[in-house]
Design a protein around this ligand. Structure first.
Ligand SMILES: Nc1ncnc2c1ncn2[C@@H]1O[C@H](COP(=O)(O)OP(=O)(O)O)[C@@H](O)[C@H]1O
Ligand SMILES: [Mg+2]
Length: 280
């Protein structure tokens, strides 16, 4: 089916609240792409259109291995679409549903990769706003890529407070849910923590309690994972990691203590296999 000229859709990957995502063949390059198409009924909603356009613009303008690449976008007969690199792997959510929790080294590696992506976004003044396992794609070779920038916002001075983003409750930082102005990369670090919590325990994180402590994690989970997740998921900003750099510093230190060499290297074959459990 050639719903959008130049692309032949071959299967549906997902059907979300406002858009469907399909695998399609890009006739020009001969490669598969992921095509996100806004459902027609949303094309008349200015807010939905604006978010879709912003997502397309952001993904096309960013170049980082931890962020899914935007290739092209446009509209055709009332259909607004975005073509992205196709990631042939499960989402982190599929992975934990089918394969169960990840080992501590795999959780820490995921944390490192997501931490690098958040650092990259932060330097560009972008907050993703909805980091959660369903928005993390696990590419072959053990590479995690963030997708779904539909909630992303730019940290421009003077952006109106009503631009507050509401991510998915269990993974969203409390300051974000309150719609506080000045939400920054630390909200994304909370989302990374909530994602790691889910991947390490196999359970969705509990709802954040703004005045409370980070969620308790049992001793069956490795101490390093507990430490990192608790510092990422601290509801109180004064207790949360202040920056992705501090998270990456801790992870690097832990990796060296475990004898895994310095951080920054490609994930080990074992970790890459674990990300792709269902394909083995
Ligand atoms: N580039 C991609 N490659 C492969 N699958 C993708 C890609 N982008 C999205 N998907 C799949 O589509 C789902 C929904 O995409 P997403 O951008 O998160 O839209 P939504 O706003 O509906 O959540 C993802 O959870 C993933 O399963
Ligand atoms: Mg999504």
């Amino acid at each position: 089916m050639e719903a959008i000229p130049g692309y032949v859709i071959d299967r549906k990957l997902s059907s979300g609240g406002t858009a469907g995502v399909y695998r399609a063949l890009d006739l020009e390059s001969g490669r598969h792409v992921a095509l996100k198409i806004l459902f027609p009924k949303w094309s008349k909603d200015p807010k939905a259109l604006e978010l879709m356009e912003r997502e397309a613009w952001l993904l096309k303008s960013m170049d980082h291995p931890g962020v899914v690449r935007g290739l092209a976008s446009g509209h055709w007969r009332g259909l607004h679409w975005l073509a992205m690199e196709f990631v042939a792997g499960p989402t982190a959510l599929d992975r934990v549903h089918r394969g169960g929790p990840l080992s501590a080294p795999a959780v820490l590696e995921l944390g490192r990769q997501l931490g690098e992506a958040v650092r990259f976004l932060g330097r560009r003044g972008v907050v993703h706003g909805d980091i959660k396992p369903a928005n993390v794609l696990l590419a072959p070779g053990g590479r995690a890529k963030l997708c779904d920038f539909g909630f992303a916002r730019l940290l421009r001075a003077g952006s109106p407070p009503d631009e507050a983003v509401f991510g998915t409750v269990a993974y969203a930082a409390p300051e974000q849910m309150e719609g506080e102005p000045g939400v920054d990369s630390r909200a994304d670090l909370y989302g990374v923590g909530a994602t790691l919590y889910h991947m390490a325990t196999g359970r969705m994180p509990p709802l954040p309690d703004k005045w409370g402590a980070p969620p308790l994690i049992g001793p069956e989970i490795a101490r390093e994972v507990r430490w990192v997740v608790q510092r990422l998921m601290a509801p109180d900003l004064r207790q949360r990691y202040r920056s992705a750099d501090l998270l990456l510093g801790d992870l690097d230190h832990m990796k060296r203590l475990r004898g895994g060499g310095r951080g920054g290297a490609a994930p080990s074959a074992r970790v890459a296999d674990e990300f792709h459990w269902e394909f083995n």
